[in-house]
Design a protein around this ligand. Structure first.
Ligand code: FNR
Length: 381
């Protein structure tokens, strides 16, 4: 009932903020440096001007399509996020169960807090993707890939925008560390949110498959998953060690997108990591059309960053995306109400997307395109 009072993602964000220690909320909500890129991702959607079509029969609207050849109920993917069980104990499993029920893919992060095997057991019917950071230790990366493949993950997401960690000033200021350490400041924050503390400490401890494979302490693992030496040659390595589909996530430059596709991957995700890496990076919606033009129909193109409603989803598709990934919104849902909160997030996107399609005068995903925009991008899809 409480969740039914959340009418958009901002309502859920507000509920999440009230229930979670400030440092944990800020870890999710924050971006890098001045956070201009994080804000710009969202404001780019504010600037979209649709030219809707009227007097079309929209009594039957179909939000379904395919992603990488597999049917989905809408072009929406739960993006990989690290340390998900730290924000709420149900974590990754809850999100994957919603994905399974609703027929959309779920991507598990390298820094996930559940093993790939346990995630598969929690949501055996979900289209499960596995996100990899290419580690300095290639043997450990390879063992993780083998485990993901054996656990039935269909798709590898290679995230390429983390050559070095971004500067998340909110975390530096709040003393947020991974895993959280108790200092006077963090203790004070937790004391104000005892429900979160009880939720997280009374459940199973966080389990890190990455940590198990790499060995060593946590700090070394976090450091080791980011290898500044990774280059295009490593995509070849991926292709040798992964027989399923590959998505390269974190591309903004159209030339890079073309090179990545020429390396033989199936999809490119236009992403700036939700504004958590390079501050002042372009918004993903602004970068999307040129990437689409550079890639053409040789690969699928996804977008993430700032997609906060079904209407934004429709706008991303009109600008040339085949699908979107969504990160923070489902974490707000988790913090606001566990699995039911994630369901609410899904439902808001789905209802909003159906409504946007109908109001745009289209009945299927394939009809979305730049002709529905007042200012179609110069390098249109
Ligand atoms: C992320 N993101 C991310 N991406 C990735 O490839 N591996 C990861 O481990 C993480 N971890 C992570 C943690 C948290 C708390 C957030 C908010 C994000 C980035 C994520 O996949 C996605 O690119 C952005 O979240 C998309 O932007 P929005 O939807 O959050 O605006």
């Amino acid at each position: 009932r409480r969740l039914a009072r959340a009418h958009d993602i901002e309502d859920l964000r507000e509920m999440a903020r009230r229930r979670t220690p400030r440092s944990v909320f800020d870890y999710v909500d924050g971006g890098a440096e001045t956070e201009s890129t994080r804000r710009r991702n969202a404001s780019a959607f504010d600037d979209v001007e649709f030219l809707p079509q009227v007097l079309r029969d929209v009594s039957r609207v179909d939000p379904g399509t395919t992603i990488l050849g597999r049917p989905v109920s809408m072009p929406f993917v739960f993006a990989p996020t690290g340390f998900t069980r730290m924000v709420q104990h149900e974590g990754e499993a809850a999100v994957a169960r919603v994905a399974e029920r609703e027929g959309v893919p779920y991507a598990l992060s390298t820094m996930g807090t559940i093993s790939p095997e346990d995630l598969a057991a929690a949501a055996p019917g979900a289209d499960r993707w596995f996100q990899l950071y290419v580690w300095r230790d290639r043997a450990a990366s390879r063992r993780l890939l083998e485990r993901a493949a054996a656990a039935g993950f269909t798709t590898l997401v290679v995230t390429v925008d983390v050559a070095v960690p971004g500067a998340r000033l909110r975390d530096l200021r709040s003393g947020m560390t991974i895993p959280p350490t108790l200092t006077l400041r963090t203790l004070a924050g937790i004391a104000r949110r005892p429900r979160w503390w009880i939720d997280v400490v009374t459940h199973e401890p966080l389990r890190f498959a990455a940590l198990e494979e790499a060995g060593g302490g946590f700090a070394e693992v976090v450091d080791g998953v980011m290898d500044p030496g990774v280059d295009f040659g490593d995509l070849e390595w991926m292709r040798e060690h992964w027989s399923g589909d590959i998505v390269v996530k974190g591309v903004l430059h159209p030339r890079d997108a073309r090179t990545v596709v020429d390396c033989g991957v199936q999809a490119v995700a236009v992403s700036n990591h939700g504004g958590r890496q390079l501050d002042r990076a372009a918004s993903t919606l602004a970068a999307l059309p040129e990437v689409r033009a550079a890639v053409g129909t040789d690969a699928e193109v996804y977008l993430d960053g700032g997609v906060r409603s079904g209407t934004d989803l429709a706008a991303a598709l009109a600008h040339g995306a085949d699908a979107v990934l969504v990160g923070r919104p489902y974490l707000y849902g988790l913090m606001a109400g566990g699995e039911q909160g994630v369901s609410r997030v899904h439902d808001l996107y789905r209802q909003g997307f159906l409504r946007a399609l109908a109001l745009l005068g289209v009945t299927s995903v394939g009809e979305l395109g730049p002709h529905l925009l007042r200012c179609p991008p110069a390098h249109g899809p």
